[in-house]
Design a protein around this ligand. Structure first.
Ligand code: HEM
Ligand SMILES: [Ca+2]
Ligand SMILES: [Ca+2]
Length: 296
């Protein structure tokens, strides 16, 4: 028993519209929620499957784990859930709301829309100690591949999904080791050296490690292939993104996506549907939460 397109078509026909309208209105007042929700969905799926576990609040929940402290958009999911409980009480899962919101975030930033299979149910467990499958920005390609293949995601899925970094930002603290060495000069000679001073200005040494920089320099608000062009020019921000251009296998996929935005869009949509089906709870397992931040 899996997910399917239109799972709510009879039980809550306006479900997808309500999610889209809610995400759109929050996006209007703060566009940062688009990358926020896309990343939150990834962090949900890689920990206990796409079951809304990342949304549960409380001591020692996933939200309190280091990798999740900068997640944003929880209030968007809560808002959509409140409206859905009025329209169709007890029907639409928080895991599906997050999956739909991630898709809508891509469309709002001018990416291509895809149909999202629904029917996920919500998990009842959320433990910070379970947040250990997520890739780290210092992971070499082989480790990234291993972490994705653990969920049957291929190298092509990996490159497409990391293309999600075409929108959003990273805190300076995640990459200052690349732009300064102990003497204050650039530490990574494989980066575009003309870009280093820009990054050093945005992220001064011993400055505020929580200041943020676009992951896709010059195009952080638009879902496009500019991110891959930046990788090819040595302008990847995270080490984990940068190395996708140095490994021959991932490099050829990056080149393909640079050459064809439609190849990227089609692959991104397919890979998102695959990722969105990791470990889903359907049928009688899990529950439909009344409030997304707490189990029933
Ligand atoms: C090797 C895999 C990945 C690594 C190492 C990685 C790492 C990171 C890091 C370190 C940040 C910055 C976080 C912060 O400063 O708050 C980030 C941001 C982000 N990641 Fe990833 N990521 C990976 C894969 C993905 C995937 C698969 C997606 C979604 C499809 C994704 C979507 C995002 C988005 C949209 C942001 C920006 C968040 C915002 O602006 O609030 N990432 N990622
Ligand atoms: Ca989860
Ligand atoms: Ca972009």
């Amino acid at each position: 028993q899996g997910t399917r397109i239109g799972f709510y078509s009879t039980t809550c026909p306006n479900a997808e519209t309500i999610v889209r309208t809610t995400v759109t209105s929050h996006f209007g007042s703060d566009p940062r929620i688009a990358p926020g929700l896309l990343r939150m969905h990834f962090h949900d799926c890689f920990v206990q499957g796409c079951d809304g576990s990342v949304l549960l609040a409380g001591p020692n929940s996933e939200r309190t784990a280091g990798a999740n402290t900068n997640l944003r958009g929880f209030e968007v999911i809560d808002d959509a859930k409140t409206q859905l409980e009025v329209a169709c009480p007890g029907v639409v899962s928080c895991a599906d709301i997050l999956t739909l919101a991630a898709r809508d975030s891509v469309t709002l930033t001018q990416g291509q829309r895809w149909e999202v299979p629904t029917g996920r149910r919500d998990g009842r467990v959320s433990l910070a100690t379970n947040v250990n499958n997520l890739p780290s920005p210092s992971d070499p390609v082989a480790i990234q591949q291993r972490k994705f293949s653990a969920f049957r995601l291929t190298t092509r899925d990996l490159v497409a999904l990391v293309g999600g970094h075409t929108i959003g930002t990273a805190a300076c603290g995640f990459f200052t080791n690349r732009i300064f060495n102990s003497t204050g000069n650039t530490a990574d000679p494989t980066m575009d050296q003309t870009f280093v001073p820009t990054l050093q200005r945005l992220c001064p040494q011993n400055g505020d490690g929580s200041a943020r920089v676009d992951l896709d320099n010059g195009s952080g608000n638009t879902f496009d292939t500019s991110f891959f062009n930046n990788l090819s020019r040595g302008r990847g921000i995270l080490q984990s993104d940068h190395v996708l251009w140095t490994n021959p296998t991932t490099k050829s996929i990056v080149q393909e996506f640079m050459a064809s935005s439609s190849n990227f869009n089609v692959q991104f949509a397919r890979s998102m549907v695959k990722m969105s089906n990791i470990g889903v709870k359907t049928g009688r397992s899990g529950e439909i939460r009344r409030v997304c931040s707490a189990v029933n």
